[in-house]
Design a protein around this ligand. Structure first.
Ligand code: DC
Length: 223
């Protein structure tokens, strides 16, 4: 079977994961949250005191460990060596360090291999930064989701508040801007729109409108 793949890339907080999850659900496809994979490695390194500036040590940690993404009603449950770390990977500490961890070439190549394997086994929607450019350059549908930084920060803030978590809008905005800058400027597989990706500016769109627009693109590309 040749799998049908939808690639959704874009900056932090553009709504990729919420939308990718919905699109996958509507299509009956697997949802693969590639950001969660980099977050899991970051969390595991922090928890075991691996130096985040030591590329080799990080890569060894990744290769020696078992990383599993399991679909759940709320999105994805993330297991590291069998331990559920779904909550931990969303912490501020992980937010602040994940761009560094995901900047290393060898780490990215190994993650990429895992992502390509998953995507080849099932019809899937993948969200990330480099899916359309590097992981799946031949994806059937490529979307680049974006929104103004103010709107993205507002969405993250509301999400945190709704979860009952402490949140500061200005801190979130700074964090998002910093991550965008790091993710876009790294040497290997930076955040970048693929030449053949459709751009969707979601600043003034709600989740259902974005989901429907993507489903329309998918329809255009299916035979
Ligand atoms: O989508 P997210 O915020 O969960 O992603 C967390 C970080 O992981 C992001 O700042 C950059 C990195 N990432 C990446 O480099 N490549 C991907 N395909 C997905 C995420």
């Amino acid at each position: 079977m040749t799998s049908f793949n939808v690639a959704i890339d874009g900056p932090a907080g553009a709504g990729k994961s919420t939308v990718a999850k919905k699109v996958a659900e509507k299509l009956g496809f697997l949802y693969i949250d590639t950001g969660a994979m980099y977050r899991a490695l970051t969390q595991a390194a922090l928890a075991t005191n691996v130096d985040l500036h030591d590329e080799k040590a990080l890569n060894n940690l990744l290769m020696e460990s078992e990383l599993e993404l399991s679909p759940s009603s709320t999105g994805t449950t993330v297991f590291w060596n069998g331990e559920d770390i779904t909550e931990e990977i969303r912490s501020n500490k992980v937010n602040q360090n994940v761009s560094l961890v995901s900047s290393y070439k060898q780490v990215r190549l190994n993650m990429m291999e895992k992502q390509q394997k998953l995507a080849s086994e099932k019809h899937a929607v993948l969200d990330g930064r480099d899916i359309g450019t590097h992981v799946l350059p031949k994806a059937n549908v490529k979307i680049f989701l974006t929104a103004s930084v103010e709107e993205r920060a507002k969405r993250r803030h509301t999400e945190q508040v709704n979860k009952g978590l402490q949140s500061d809008l200005e801190d979130i905005k700074r964090d998002i801007e910093k991550r965008d800058e790091l993710d876009s400027s790294r040497a290997f597989a930076p955040l970048k729109k693929a030449d053949d990706a459709r751009v969707l500016d979601t600043t003034k769109m709600d989740i259902n409108q974005v989901t429907d627009a993507i489903l329309d693109f998918v329809k255009e590309h299916s035979v």
